[in-house]
Design a protein around this ligand. Sequence first.
Ligand SMILES: NC(=O)c1ccc[n+]([C@@H]2O[C@H](COP(=O)([O-])OP(=O)(O)OC[C@H]3O[C@@H](n4cnc5c(N)ncnc54)[C@H](OP(=O)(O)O)[C@@H]3O)[C@@H](O)[C@H]2O)c1
Length: 262
Amino acid sequence: MSLLTIAFFGATGGSVATTLALSLKAGYTCKALVRNPTKLTELLTSSHGTTLQQIESHLTVTKGDVLSRPDVESVVYLEGNKTVDLIISGIGSYPVFKGWNPIPKIENPTLCHDVIHNLISTLKSRGGAGNGPHLVTIGTTGISNLGRDYPLLLTLVYKVLLHEAHRDKGNMENLVATSLRRSGSEGSGPLRAYTIVHASLLTGGNMLGMEKVRSEIEGDKWSRNAIGYTISRRDVGNWIFEDVIRGFGSERKAGRIARITY
Ligand SMILES: NC(=O)c1ccc[n+]([C@@H]2O[C@H](COP(=O)([O-])OP(=O)(O)OC[C@H]3O[C@@H](n4cnc5c(N)ncnc54)[C@H](OP(=O)(O)O)[C@@H]3O)[C@@H](O)[C@H]2O)c1
């Protein structure tokens, strides 16, 4: 069995819960930082078919706050200064309606950036043995520097309704992109690699499997492949499991942005 160790943030959200459940079933060593451990156990057992034995054997749950440095440290570090191999984050703030405004606002409009900022500063200040972890974080379509990566019909939704959330995701992604460790340069970023997942609009549907998911790794050239309306949270979680976890160690670009949709 692989010795890969994986830390999860946002594991009570539908996407990351799926990745975590698949990882537990496959026997990986998992750690999760959550606000509500009972919610996590119930979700894994009732919605994702994980057994209590799989949870007890392979998962360590820490109750805490993703914005707290000691809580993050306790999850991303193993013994001494060795970090986990992979950190998977699907933290997202919830939309809230305020007053009579029909357009929802984001509960915490800087949460995604602040979580990654806390993680990167923790890794930088404490340092680590080896080359640092591979970070997977769920971003969004609609913020690519290369062009429109969502269907034209969704322009209003993306530009008006999702503007605030997208600004936070954009700030988060800039931070991730500047946090790569450059070989041979001491004091550069703490990440060995990153995968930013640009998912289209998320649904609560079933997992359809990798053959139904279109994906593209963004390159310097713009391509219109893999532009679509939606993808289920379960398929996002499954894509992360199949591509990043199962594909761990394959020769790839250190910094990748993957667009996924149906
Ligand atoms: N909705 C979309 O169409 C869409 C599209 C593209 C990308 N995304 C992004 O995809 C990711 C996964 O989405 P999802 O729907 O699977 O999950 P989700 O339901 O958005 O779950 C969010 C997770 O973040 C945690 N969280 C929220 N606020 C927190 C805080 N202040 N401190 C600590 N944890 C906090 C939640 O924990 P609790 O359970 O404790 O609340 C939960 O585990 C998110 O980053 C989302 O922004 C969403």
